[in-house]
Design a protein around this ligand. Structure first.
Ligand code: PMP
Length: 357
């Protein structure tokens, strides 16, 4: 018999960058610095403590974690304004489940994070993309026009953007939020890479008190160096958080996840301690790539988009042949490299020089 697979899922390959075992993995914007032995010991102790009650379901409302995340975010954010799930991917799927759905539309602006259309598809929500300018900034007039025309119930805007690294100007965020409010839509500013912004580019959290339809999404996968634990979260109005409680699966955040995230927040000074190093390494990488005559998008994230190559696949493959895995993503001709340790970046540069001959 034929499987009753939904029409729009037929022939679709599961999303995901290749997980290849290579000496230098710079392809999924991970933090290259593993936790210290002190953090490992605390995680192990917290996991052991949680293990003693694993016969019971975890705290469904993850009250302690919401309070700790609110404290970390600052900006007057309260625990009732915080929501979390297994990675910000899950947070955003929940947003589409609650605020999207059949007959509704979600909007983003290309190039944008490649998972967004998948959330929309999985939540049976229409998908519309506007465009970013040649330098990957977003023209507020264009964004507002797209919102007015398509009246989306959800706008998804990464800032800094993946794959370009571009941070949004606060005025642009405010203009999109105002236009969306007119059509009763919510705006998600996806700050997965927020902690890596260059100084002077503020977080959308600043707009939260005056913007009831704004959602600011964050993750512990990048700056916190905790991708393996799967913890994403957001700040928004208590009403938006309450709507997400309706669609979440019961006990979606395991006791172990909650315990590990709490330990990470307690150790945030150490875990975030490498952010400055990574920003400096990013700026140096961007400058080096430009010095090689390449075009590089300005980056506020822990990666750089560079190009352009008539055959980017050949460059990607050449790097892989030399043990350096980067990402073939973004507009035609561009490649994205995550920022690793100084040694990893040296290996990347040496390999790229060889490939470009
Ligand atoms: N948003 C953006 C823009 C991302 O690049 C990523 C990860 N690549 C995510 C969200 C999801 O990250 P996570 O699910 O690990 O929180």
């Amino acid at each position: 018999m034929a499987l009753p697979l939904r029409e729009e899922l037929r022939g679709i390959a599961p999303y995901g960058a290749p997980q290849i075992d290579v000496p230098v993995a710079l392809n999924v914007n991970e933090n290259p610095y593993p936790p210290s032995e002190a953090v490992v010991a605390d995680v192990a102790a917290a996991a052991a403590e949680a293990a003693r009650t694993l016969n019971r379901y975890p705290d469904r409302e993850f009250v302690a974690l919401r309070a700790a995340l609110a404290d970390y975010l600052g900006h007057g954010v309260t625990p009732e304004q915080v929501w979390a799930a297994n990675g910000s991917n899950e947070v955003m799927l929940q947003i589409l489940q609650a605020f999207g759905g059949p007959g509704r539309t979600a909007v983003s602006f290309a190039p944008t994070y490649s998972m967004y259309p998948e959330y929309a598809r999985d939540a049976m929500t229409g998908w519309v993309v506007g465009h970013r300018a040649e330098d990957f900034t977003l023209d507020p007039a264009h964004a507002v026009a797209v919102v007015k025309e398509h009246q989306p119930s959800v706008v998804l805007l990464p800032s800094p953007n993946n794959p370009t690294g571009t941070a949004l100007a606060p005025d642009t965020v405010a203009a999109v939020c105002a236009a969306s409010a007119e059509v009763d839509g919510v705006v998600v500013i996806d700050e997965a890479y927020g902690e890596f912004r260059r100084s002077g580019t503020p977080s959308a959290l600043e707009l939260l008190p005056t913007t009831p339809n704004l959602v600011v999404s964050r993750t512990m996968s990048k700056a916190f160096a905790l991708a393996g634990a799967r913890l994403g979260y957001l700040a928004a109005s208590p009403q938006i958080c309450d709507a997400l409680r309706v669609v979440r699966l019961p006990y979606h955040l395991s006791a172990l996840t909650q315990a590990v995230a709490l330990v990470a927040l307690r150790h945030r000074e150490e875990l975030l301690g490498r952010v400055d190093d990574l920003r400096a390494e990013r700026d140096a990488t961007v400058a080096w790539l430009r010095a090689q005559g390449l075009t590089v998008a300005d980056s506020d994230a822990n990666f750089a988009l560079f190009g352009t190559f008539p055959d980017r696949h050949a460059v990607w493959q050449g790097l892989l042949d030399r043990g350096v895995l980067i990402r073939e993503t973004g507009p035609d001709g561009w490649l994205r490299v995550s920022i690793g340790t100084p040694a990893e970046m040296a290996a990347f540069k040496a390999a790229l020089l060889e490939v470009l001959g």
